[in-house]
Design a protein around this ligand. Structure first.
Ligand code: HEM
Length: 134
């Protein structure tokens, strides 16, 4: 049977950064280590310092043993949700796109209107100079 995994944003996980409520994010998973703070052989201060960010590098740098990696599964409460970071960007992109040909034509015309005006202006001046010489 499939299991349901709770998803948390990094922002949400970051709010749990005290001795009474401490979450760390390691390798895309979220751990509630509040009850483990006093038992952690590396000290509670390193766990508290690892909150509010992706602590994967800090965790790996400490060179944790296989038994430490097995133990951490007891504290896993969910996974990091990557989707909120992607959807707003997609919405902005699609909203800014011109919907049909008329919109696109107007957009290009507004951007390059100075080119035909300059061509006509130069032609008029050249014609006047030419007629004067005659
Ligand atoms: C659920 C998360 C974690 C668990 C279950 C855990 C568990 C352990 C365990 C069992 C040890 C003893 C050594 C070993 O067996 O590897 C240890 C050591 C250590 N841990 Fe963690 N740890 C966790 C997260 C972290 C994080 C995020 C950091 C951040 C830097 C960290 C830093 C350290 C350090 C520096 C030591 C070495 C202590 C020493 O050698 O004096 N740990 N940890």
């Amino acid at each position: 049977m499939p299991t349901l995994t709770k998803l948390y944003s990094l922002q949400e996980a970051s709010e749990h950064n005290t001795k009474e409520d401490c979450w760390v994010v390691i390798d895309g998973k979220v751990y509630d280590v509040t009850t483990y703070l006093d038992e952690h052989p590396g000290g509670d201060d390193v766990l508290l310092a690892a909150t509010g960010k992706d602590a994967t590098d800090d965790f790996e740098d400490a060179g944790h043993s296989k038994s430490a990696r097995e133990l951490m599964q007891d504290y896993c409460i969910g996974e990091l949700d990557p989707s909120p970071l992607v959807i707003p960007e997609l919405e902005i992109f699609t909203k800014n796109q011109p919907t049909d040909f008329a919109d696109k034509f107007m957009e290009v015309t507004m951007q390059y209107w100075a080119v035909p005006v300059a061509v006509v202006g130069i032609s008029v001046v050249a014609s006047l100079l030419y007629l004067r010489k005659k």
